[in-house]
Design a protein around this ligand. Structure first.
Ligand SMILES: *Cc1c(COP(=O)(O)O)cnc(C)c1O
Length: 338
């Protein structure tokens, strides 16, 4: 039994999901002839109350397309200093969109509307023109922290008042929704564009959907093509996404429950410190002085347990569809034995 807590991207499709994928009706998507991709895009758009959706191979691509479709080169994007869009997308903001970035300190990977307003550049030729704000919910490097929808409302209002667009990197938006009881359409009403991932906690092997107005998605489709993301009979993959949206949202609560239990286990360890609050499905902690990340990971590996090193001193564990109660028990035993 391998216990893989590196990320919620490691899940493999279940037998039921695979069976659903096999029966998908497909066609050439670049000719707009794949009914299953249409079904997924419509389903996701409806859920969030958006006009249209665009199926893409990854969340990186949906984020990058959103920035490209929302900005011109030389403009500026406001995002959190820990944001995925800035840190973990291969420098794509600069490479794909030629934009400048204003990084916000914020708290737990989130920021406030006041911080947005404070970071808008004056109308002066010295400064790049601020055009887009991106928020991440849940915030990965913030420990899986969730936004308070009231703050998102204020951010959305601040964006409208200042003629800025608002993009939500919702790679884990469903984790935030099941935790807060908020609805997808609330976010749809507040954000101009939304990227959702099907391949994280929802358990699909591949795929993300970008959501927005019909016009925005038409523009995004052109960009997707130029990035090489026009896939052909990808309805087999989209079917996994349809299945995931139908079956795997509510069960994210189970992942959160197990993550909280792991958080409690870590608190008992003498060699762990600075444990972040467990908001959703992530556990972040530092090694205590004199203990190394490498050694800890080596010890875990001897018991077929994997975790993710985040920087020189921090560890991340993420719960997901393929992590069950037996594994939780095994992890508990192992941690106690170290
Ligand atoms: C995983 C992730 C993405 C997209 O990643 P891909 O691996 O390209 O699908 C985007 N934003 C956040 C916060 C993520 O965790």
């Amino acid at each position: 039994m391998i216990i893989d807590l590196r990320s919620d991207t490691v899940t493999k499709p279940t037998k039921e999901m695979l069976e659903y994928m096999f029966q998908a009706e497909v066609g050439d998507e670049v000719y707009d002839e794949d009914p299953t991709i249409d079904e997924l895009e419509e389903k996701a758009a409806q859920l969030f109350g958006k006009e249209a959706g665009l199926f893409c191979p990854s969340g990186t691509m949906t984020n990058q397309i959103a920035v490209k479709a929302s900005t011109q080169p030389q403009q500026e994007v406001i995002c959190h200093k820990y944001s995925h869009i800035y840190n973990y997308e291969g420098g794509g903001l600069f490479f794909n969109s030629g934009v400048s970035v204003k990084l916000v300190d914020g708290d737990g990977g989130r920021f406030t509307s006041a911080e947005v307003v404070n970071n808008i550049n004056p109308d002066d030729v010295h400064y790049p023109e601020t055009k887009l704000v991106t928020i991440e919910n849940t915030a990965n490097r913030g420990g899986g922290a969730c936004y308070d929808i009231k703050e998102v409302e204020k951010i959305s209002t601040a964006c409208k008042e200042n003629d800025l667009l608002l993009h939500l990197d919702g790679a884990r938006i469903f984790n935030a929704l099941v935790e807060s009881g908020e609805t997808a359409s609330q976010y749809g009403g507040l954000c101009d564009s939304i990227s959702i991932c099907l391949s994280k906690g929802l358990g699909a092997p591949v795929g993300s959907v970008l959501l927005g107005t019909k016009e925005f998605i038409k523009k995004s489709n052109r960009i997707r093509k130029a990035l090489g993301g026009g896939m052909r009979q990808a309805g087999y993959l989209a079917a996994a996404g349809v299945y995931a949206l139908d079956h795997n949202i509510d069960r994210l609560k189970d992942d959160h429950g197990r993550a909280k239990k792991i958080g409690e286990m870590i608190k008992e360890l003498s060699f762990a410190q600075n444990i972040l609050p467990v908001y959703t499905n992530m556990i972040f902690f530092d090694m205590a002085d004199g203990y190394s990340v490498e050694k800890f990971l080596e010890e875990l590996a001897k018991h077929d347990i994997k975790a993710d090193p985040m920087g020189p001193n921090q560890i991340r564990m993420v719960t997901h569809l393929d992590f069950n109660d037996d594994m939780l028990e095994e992890l508990d035993k192992t941690l106690k034995s170290l």
